[in-house]
Design a protein around this ligand. Sequence first.
Ligand SMILES: Nc1ncnc2c1ncn2[C@@H]1O[C@H](COP(=O)(O)OP(=O)(O)OP(=O)(O)O)[C@@H](O)[C@H]1O
Length: 247
Amino acid sequence: MLTLDALNVSDRVGPVSGCLAAGRLTLLAGPNGSGKSSLLLATAGLLAAEGHVQLDGERMDLLDLTELARYRAMLVQHSVLPAGLKGYELLALGIQGEVSEAACEQMAWLSGFLKLDSLYARPLSALSGGEQQRLLIAKTLLQVSPRLNPSGRVLLLDEPLAGLDWQHQLTTLRLLRHYAGLGLTVVASIHDINLAAQFGDDIWCLHQGRLVAYGGPEVLTPELVAEVFEVKVKLLEQDGQRLLLPE
Ligand SMILES: Nc1ncnc2c1ncn2[C@@H]1O[C@H](COP(=O)(O)OP(=O)(O)OP(=O)(O)O)[C@@H](O)[C@H]1O
């Protein structure tokens, strides 16, 4: 479990306190500039912040970089990719230690979901934005895949669905749920509130740097959406599914 204790990045986000549970997929919603990326980066230890983040009771800011890389993986928004690198070389960066048979099997497993086979041999500079994103997602997942890294406990992803087509958005969300099911704490920012409601175990909603709502998908009410996103929506409910439709 990740515990945020008054985490604050001046003028960007916070103070935010709360628990991000292991075994659950928490989706961060909120408009542009509401602080999602800043919160994720500060949680990952990649952005200086006041307050503390504890991982199972251990202060993350006291861990060295090698320990951090073992415990948590983060997909950052707008990754700068080395142009000469090929697809498989990017993926290999997610593997700690030698590329073992188990690592190859895990890569093949992820490739099946994210359709990476045809991307392996190509330079990253020759791939589309969505193709690059699929490789980056796989690399991030590999880093904390329990079979390869039993110490892996946390997955943080900033807008993993950016640039993905509909099929790969759904595949990615299913993979995130799978990793949560393996016991990891999985946290991702997302702009589609209906996908957030469908796939998130927990929702955190940020507005102007503050955590204004958290809980199950039912926290995404038309009232909250109107206040935070300034969009009028109506709620449709069918077969236990909730859909927020713009009016
Ligand atoms: N490098 C920076 N230096 C100073 N302020 C920043 C920096 N990056 C972001 N901000 C500001 O911090 C606030 C939160 O930005 P952040 O990127 O965390 O929001 P976000 O919710 O991830 O937005 P988006 O949905 O557009 O990605 C915004 O007001 C933004 O202008």
